[in-house]
Design a protein around this ligand. Structure first.
Ligand SMILES: Cc1cc2nc3c(=O)[nH]c(=O)nc-3n(C[C@H](O)[C@H](O)[C@H](O)COP(=O)(O)OP(=O)(O)OC[C@H]3O[C@@H](n4cnc5c(N)ncnc54)[C@H](O)[C@@H]3O)c2cc1C
Length: 397
């Protein structure tokens, strides 16, 4: 079976590795001239790290990744702890895989390096798709085209594959923007920040930060409610002074981190309502192309990695019946991705409460039985996306 993956982001690259491991003939077509990611961090939880480890990537993950010890959620002004839950050895023991923090560039690099160069086609921007019986033809801006048994659209929130398969539909601006900064460790050494996933919650905003790149940088994302926005690029330069002004009155650690930004970029956060279908004929979608979500569960990339693992398992189980495999793929993946889209949106409300009765209720709930305790997060972290239910005891791909 020949498969063309459109998009060489985290979802497309990891799907290609899963499909190759399942013995399928797969090529990745990426519009950019090189594989890479913007300078920012990403959290990879055990539900996704177990899949990457199974691909043989653990040495690379340990070389550049950071394993946080805990997740620490705090109040915006006085820094009082709202919830503290394990992310270190207890999580690895409970769920069979570690929690990692990466620089996105590192993650993209080791995923890309694991694919042989002849399977990775950069400077290939998909412009058109045609379906002919049991085949699909992908055409690229550079004049090239490929005819395959299956096209997988891993081309992100503005997916051209989705547009060509299901028609145009714009992602929606959520009303949140994010300032991001990547701070060299020496600039924040005086703040003594532990190796954890930190989340400060306050009125109309929250701030997440953690160490990346073998603790050489602190990745900081400051989210705030904003109203309107027109652009959506990670590369929109913002002003550090504006970010500092927005976080007036916040804890000195938060303000100290922002003040240490060498530069800052602003990103408008978009999402999309759950799609009715992910597949049409010999075309399917994965990752942000079909289930973009607010980043407030830190699961967008993790879910794209899960998508690829499930798709690979299904296509290896039923190689002769691609439509049936795609139906099952949607049945297995859509409810979980939709649950995470909803949970991410709910966290926006929870994280951004003004001080008052709702905030007090939230804080009491977090103190009583935090949603990040091992017991409460098991539904998310224990999941093994490469195991297909009702398929007997076969080894996961
Ligand atoms: C602030 C923030 C923090 C986040 N934190 C986390 C986190 O901690 N953990 C987590 O799991 N997720 C996180 N996410 C979500 C995560 O970044 C995304 O879900 C993930 O990157 C999606 O990967 P993808 O491969 O589906 O899409 P993308 O990363 O968008 O990749 C799509 C690729 O397709 C290419 N492409 C697009 N169009 C074409 C075309 N026509 N032809 C060829 N190629 C094309 C693009 O160039 C790109 O390389 C966060 C998101 C944000 C905004």
């Amino acid at each position: 079976m020949k498969i063309a993956i459109i998009g060489g982001g985290i979802g497309g690259l990891s799907a290609a590795l899963h499909l190759l491991k399942a013995g399928l003939d797969v090529h990745v077509y990426e519009q950019s001239s090189r594989i890479g990611e913007i300078g920012a961090g990403i959290q990879i939880s055990p539900n996704a790290s177990r899949l990457l480890i199974r691909l043989g990537l653990e040495p690379a993950m340990d070389r550049v990744g950071v394993r946080p010890v805990t997740i620490h959620q705090r109040r915006w002004d006085d820094g009082r702890t709202l919830q503290r839950a394990p992310l270190g050895p207890e999580v690895e023991e409970a769920f069979g895989a570690p929690y990692y923090h990466f620089h996105r560039g590192d993650l993209a690099e080791f995923l890309g390096a694991a694919l042989s160069a002849d399977r990775l086609h950069v400077s290939h921007k998909l412009v058109d798709l045609e379906q002919k019986g049991e085949r699909a033809i992908a055409r690229f801006e550079n004049g090239a085209s490929v005819e395959v048994d299956l096209v997988v659209g891993a081309d992100g929130i503005h997916s051209r594959v989705r547009h060509l398969t299901f028609g145009p539909e714009k992602p929606r601006f959520t009303g949140c923007i994010a300032w991001r900064g990547l701070v060299p460790a020496e600039r924040v050494a005086h703040l003594g920040i532990e190796v954890a996933s930190h989340n400060w919650m306050g009125p109309d905003g929250h701030v997440v930060h953690y160490w990346v790149a073998s603790q050489r940088f602190m990745n900081v994302v400051c989210v705030t409610e904003h109203g309107t926005w027109t652009d959506e690029s990670w590369t929109n330069r913002g002003k550090v002074a504006d970010a500092l002004a927005r976080y007036e009155g916040w804890h000195p650690t938060v303000r100290g981190l922002i003040a240490a930004f060498p530069e800052t970029f602003v990103w408008a956060l978009h999402d999309r309502a759950a799609l009715p279908r992910w597949s049409g004929g010999r075309v399917t979608l994965l990752g942000d192309a079909c289930h973009p979500m607010l980043p407030f569960m830190a699961q967008g990339a993790a879910q794209s990695i899960e998508d690829g693992a499930t798709l690979a398992s299904l296509l290896s189980i039923m190689p002769g019946d691609v439509p049936a495999a795609l139906r099952r793929y949607e049945e297995l993946r859509k409810p979980r991705a939709t649950r995470l889209q909803d949970a991410s949106a709910a966290n926006r409300t929870r994280f951004h409460l003004h001080d008052g009765p709702d905030q007090q209720q939230r804080d009491a709930a977090m103190a009583a039985s935090g949603d990040r305790s091992i017991a409460n997060i098991g539904w998310l972290y224990r999941h093994d996306a490469s195991v297909i239910p009702d398929q007997g005891p076969r080894a996961p791909t």
